[in-house]
Design a protein. Structure first.
Lengths: 443, 358
């Protein structure tokens, strides 16, 4: 009887949320709330599902193995954005005030949603973590106080991709007169690398061919026809969701060599190559440091998270690229909370306090090993002037069965990156009338 | 019993032609507006204001614009998303290129630019009708999607193609918090809704309706189709454009052309059809239906599922939400093809005969 009353109360509550927005779910006082913006439906679901699984499983692991972060349990909730900006903003508004201290941070997992939340974060004082995506100029923490494009931005990615192409061709001087095509998702996400590529094409004298693909990216015949006509020496792919696998298939259809294609790190996972079958053999993509495969933490995931508390992952999928990336993303957030706890105490923290934790995040090689991420991640240190932390990447290639790492580590070229970040963020600061923080005075 | 007009004598033409000739209606509307302005901001949560009320009000404004064209003038349009985009990008360009302009003027100028483009894209309506016109307006949708994606000038050459709204400064009042945004949007929407209501009651509106009901007959009795159709396009695009600039500046804050794609056009058209063609009040109901119902389903389905012992995951909730929403649209259209506004007026008719309605 009591149960039914509870359920009726829950139902009435849902009605109340819909009608008045008064949400008061029962959160224990000692819980840190972490929202997950995910997409398990729509054209981007093949990539959204493993990422969301990786993230939520890591939070389950922290709760079940360690009893939370220093005793503070993680409460997390997913909200389906469908990769749409307006849905993402609605999810943000719905989840930002949940839990005893509000949302710890947001991982928008969409560059469009990142742009929208960048305007809201300073008002609500909630940090935005955009690991490997988002606004490239937000690396400058002095202007973008609340944005954290950890591990790499698209400008870094474009730079690393060109470094790899130059290496394969035998040096940057060989790029002169060559043709590089960029097949990109026609959205802020796909357009982000263009300034860096334009800059590099001027410096090294190669021709850049821009081929936009409209959302959702299942229609690419004309773009690949152009590639067939122009025969670029290399083709960069900046796609997401079904667009990636479609590109690989279309490349095969026009007989464009797959080993001359280099995808960004969001176009280099299992869902991107498996649908194309054998046609994808030889396709290359950047790695956001980690690749596929298991590292020590997977043993704990299997033991403590799989099949528990509504985990939706299948045991065979937990070594996928995007599952791993979701886990790395969740881990960085958890470590930022841990860093903040050292200063503010082992209790649920506010977004503002966690922002401090993110800005002072310092993961040494020893700490990464301790966390079980050995081999997946290089040491990283965030500071006020550098919200990216590290700019390293590798390239892996699809052998038809698995992703194989084929390159050494590349470092993003700060000689190019620093002035671009400085100029673009200064323009943003001027437009929005933001006074940049003085990083020498931040502690 | 309470809703009866016995004893309310109209002693002048003015009173007979009032927007709300019945005293109870006037009181009810006055109460609703008073609650919206005075009570809601203090009672509602931030989430309710910023994610439910603000978008619903802006969509209602856009629906009013579209309703003028489709419901009052009978010209089907599938390009309302494009006209929202024109309003948004025009206002953005005014804001960054002429920063001295006050925000309100910028937003209205967005509407004016949209109105001018609307006239240009309304010209085909002089020759083509019905479905063919719908296809012609669809061209506007795709053309402007393309224009704002490809031509860098409109986005001030931002590298990613995504632009940010400037600070919202209404004559010194910085609109920042959800409550302030809600009040600002509510104010704009109220003023424009009153304007629209009076336009459709006036001689312009009667011309539109004459064209809608039978264009040849209208022409014979002396209504110029060109003037009537083009004013409808202009006024409609103005409202939609203002709604677009509000959507961009107040609701999103940062946007890309995808925010105004073909889905938005369909969303508005459905809002108008479900709310009721040729009704201003219906626009509010239709917009609320299109915006709030999916969110409500998203929030209410998991507890509903638990009631029968079924723990739904997020993907299932989302799929079921879609299905139920679609089914409800079909249901409402079968039960009342003339929209929610018609249901509402039937209810009022019955209320007048209460307690013995027939």
């Amino acid at each position: 009887m009591d149960k039914i009353t509870n359920r009726l109360a829950a139902l009435a509550l849902a009605g109340a949320i819909g009608l008045t927005g008064v949400a008061a779910p029962a959160f224990a006082q000692n819980e840190q709330f972490i929202p997950i913006l995910s997409y398990r439906t729509g054209a981007y679901a093949p990539n959204g599902i493993p990422f969301a699984n990786g993230m939520s499983d890591y939070y389950r692991l922290i709760n079940n193995r360690d009893g939370g972060i220093n005793g503070v349990k993680i409460a997390f909730e997913e909200c389906e954005t469908g990769y749409a900006t307006d849905k993402g903003v609605e999810c943000y508004e719905r989840l930002k005030a949940k839990g005893p201290t509000g949302a710890a941070f947001f991982n928008p997992l969409s560059t469009g949603i990142t742009f929208a939340l960048t305007e809201k974060a300073p008002i609500d004082k909630i940090p935005i973590i955009t690991m490997g995506y988002g606004r490239s100029e937000s690396r400058n923490g002095a202007v973008f106080t609340w944005n954290f494009p950890l591990l790499g931005t698209y400008w870094t990615a474009a730079n690393i991709a060109m470094q790899h192409i130059a290496k394969e061709m035998g040096g940057f001087d060989k790029l002169k007169g060559k043709k590089i095509a960029l097949v990109f998702h026609d959205s802020p996400y796909g357009k982000e690398p263009i300034p860096m590529l334009t800059e590099m094409s001027k410096a090294h004298g190669f021709e850049l061919v821009l081929l936009p693909v409209t959302h959702p990216g299942v229609e690419q015949k004309s773009q690949w026809l152009q590639i067939r006509q122009q025969r670029p020496d290399y083709t960069l792919l900046w796609g997401w969701g079904v667009m990636n696998s479609t590109s690989v298939k279309e490349a095969a259809a026009v007989n464009y060599p797959r080993d001359k294609m280099v995808g960004v790190w969001w176009s280099g996972a299992e869902p991107d190559v498996l649908p194309a079958g054998d046609q994808s053999t030889g396709y290359k993509a950047l790695m956001l440091q980690h690749g596929s495969g298991k590292f020590p933490v997977h043993a704990d995931i299997t033991k403590h998270a799989l099949g528990k508390d509504g985990s939706q992952s299948k045991p065979d999928d937990i070594d996928d690229v995007l599952y791993n990336r979701g886990m790395v993303n969740a881990m960085l957030g958890v470590e930022a909370i841990r860093t903040a706890q050292k200063r503010f105490g082992n209790k649920p923290l506010t977004g503002e306090q966690i922002r401090w934790g993110l800005e002072n995040l310092d993961l040494s090689a020893a700490r990464i090993k301790e966390l079980g991420f050995e081999g997946a991640l290089k040491p990283l240190k965030i500071s006020c002037g550098d919200h990216e932390g590290t700019r390293s990447g590798r390239v892996h290639q699809w052998t038809g069965k698995e992703w194989k790492v084929i390159s050494d580590w590349y470092e993003g070229d700060d000689k190019l990156l620093v002035p671009m970040v400085r100029d673009t963020s200064a323009k943003y600061a001027e437009e929005k009338k933001i006074t940049a923080r003085d990083c020498s005075k931040e502690s | 019993m309470f809703y009866r007009e016995a004893g309310q004598f109209k002693t002048s033409y003015g009173r007979d032609m009032a927007v709300f000739p019945i005293a109870q209606d006037r009181i009810a509307i006055g109460l609703i507006v008073a609650i919206a302005f005075l009570a809601v901001p203090f009672m509602a949560t931030e989430y309710f204001l910023s994610s439910i009320m603000v978008p619903t009000l802006i969509l209602a404004l856009a629906a009013i614009g579209l309703n003028i064209l489709v419901g009052y003038c009978g010209q089907v349009s599938l390009g309302s998303g494009a006209f929202m985009a024109i309003g948004a990008y025009a206002a953005y360009n005014f804001a960054i290129r002429v920063p001295e302009l006050p925000l309100l003027v910028t937003i209205l100028l967005g509407g004016v630019v949209s109105a001018m483009v609307g006239i240009a894209f309304g010209i085909p309506s002089l020759r083509i009708k019905g479905f063919y016109l719908a296809v012609a307006t669809l061209a506007a949708q795709f053309f402007f999607d393309w224009l704002f994606l490809r031509v860098g000038w409109f986005t001030n050459y931002t590298p990613s193609g995504s632009v940010n709204a400037p600070q919202l400064n209404v004559f010194g009042w910085i609109v920042n918090t959800p409550t302030e945004k809600y009040l600002f949007v509510l104010g704009v929407v109220c003023v424009l809704a009153v304007l629209a209501k009076n336009l459709v009651r006036g001689h312009v509106g009667r011309q539109w309706m004459a064209i809608r009901d039978m264009d040849i007959a209208a022409e014979i009795i002396g209504i110029r189709p060109m003037y009537a159709k083009l004013t409808a396009f202009a006024v409609s695009s103005f409202f939609v454009g203002v709604a677009g600039s509000l959507w961009a500046f107040v609701h999103l804050g940062s946007w890309e052309p995808l925010a105004f794609n073909i889905d938005r056009s369909f969303q508005l058209l459905f809002a108008v059809i479900i709310g009721g063609l040729g009704s201003i009040a219906g626009c509010f109901m239709g917009a609320a239906f299109m915006w709030i119902l999916p969110i409500f389903l998203d929030i209410a389905l998991p507890p509903l599922g638990e009631l029968v012992g079924w723990k739904m995951d997020k993907a299932t909730v989302s799929h079921f939400g879609f299905m139920i929403f679609g089914a409800l649209i079909v249901f409402f259209l079968i039960v009342e093809p003339h929209g929610l506004a018609r249901l509402w007026s039937i209810m009022k008719e019955k209320l007048r005969l209460w307690p013995f309605p027939y």
